[in-house]
Design a protein around this ligand. Structure first.
Ligand code: C5P
Length: 295
């Protein structure tokens, strides 16, 4: 079919080369000063003429835009979550110099704030009285009592995507606080206590459905059973249960082991490892669950 005229062979060859190498330019076109037989150069010039970049069909363009927009929509969940963390104990005073509290040092909450910041999240950290350096790049809001922690958490909760309540909030507070230091008289004394409002439960009632709420359960016995009860009762998405029993317990230690319990039977164990390593893994799990829920 292609036998006979040499131009037909050149033309076919040109088309084949162009289809394999679209950007290929004939050396004959590049060197027009060389003597070239006109019938040969015309089909070559046609085959190797400069062409605009390939045009994509509309369905391919629509597909590409759809893909890009889904990537962009997921960016906030994977890259720039806004996170509110509470950490440390609270103090509930019954006179100006005496209070009810617990041995929480805030290490787990501060490690989480650091890990979240490293993950590219913006972090607000509401911290009870602790002696820890402020994590770089984190907004720290110091508080003392549960009531102060509740006010501060309330103010910061609206714009946050993830709430992590690691704070060991005092469960009771004295019903009254003496204005001056109470004097010893050699006698015993009774302090009447009242329950402190549950901060995370109150926040869970006003939450948006896209917000992700994580609680911590510090337990001395039946760790998983108590934690599961709190997951349900407090309206959380995830609870991190840890043992605070005995000298190996989480309070004050540099190591921790967390049993993560979530909705639909989710269960994952992190550690035992340093609190910094545990924190990084927990932030990664939260990022994964938030992204999975958003998709
Ligand atoms: O003290 P409890 O074991 O109930 O704490 C479980 C979770 O509830 C923790 O995340 C803690 O920060 C939170 N909590 C709270 N307000 C309280 C007591 C606990 O938000 N008054």
């Amino acid at each position: 079919m292609l036998k006979g005229k040499p131009e037909t062979g050149w033309l076919a060859g040109g088309i084949i080369i162009r289809s394999i190498l679209p950007g290929f330019r004939s050396p004959l076109v590049a060197m027009p000063f060389l003597p070239q037989p006109l019938p040969l150069s015309l089909p070559l010039l046609y085959c190797f003429r400069p062409r605009p970049p390939p045009r994509y069909p509309p369905w391919a363009v629509i597909g590409l835009i759809g893909h890009l927009s889904s990537v962009i929509c997921h960016l906030p969940f994977t890259l720039s979550l806004r996170c509110l963390i509470t950490a440390g104990p609270t103090r509930e005073f019954f006179d100006p110099v005496r209070f009810l509290s617990n041995p929480s040092t805030g290490k787990m909450g501060f490690a989480l704030a650091t890990a979240a910041k490293e993950a590219g999240w913006s972090v607000d950290l509401v911290a009870g009285p602790v002696s820890l350096p402020e994590p770089a790049g984190v907004m720290v809001y110091p508080v003392v009592t549960a009531a102060e922690m509740q006010r501060q958490a309330d103010a910061l909760f609206g714009p946050c995507d993830v709430l992590i309540m690691t704070a060991a909030v005092s469960d009771w507070r004295p019903k009254t606080t003496a204005p001056q230091k109470l004097k010893k008289d050699g006698q015993g004394m009774t302090v009447e206590l009242e329950p402190v409002p549950d901060i995370v439960s109150a926040l869970a009632e006003e939450r948006r459905t896209d917000q992700f709420l994580v609680g911590f359960a510090a337990e001395t016995e039946n760790v998983e059973a108590h934690a599961l009860d709190k997951l349900e009762r407090k309206g959380l998405d995830l609870i991190a249960a840890n043992s605070v029993a005995g000298p190996e317990g989480a309070f004050g230690s540099d190591e921790n082991k967390l049993i993560l319990l979530g909705r639909n039977g989710f269960r994952e164990v992190i550690g035992p490892a340093s609190k910094a390593a545990v924190a990084r893994q927990l932030i990664a799990v939260i990022a994964r669950l938030v992204a999975a829920r958003a998709s």
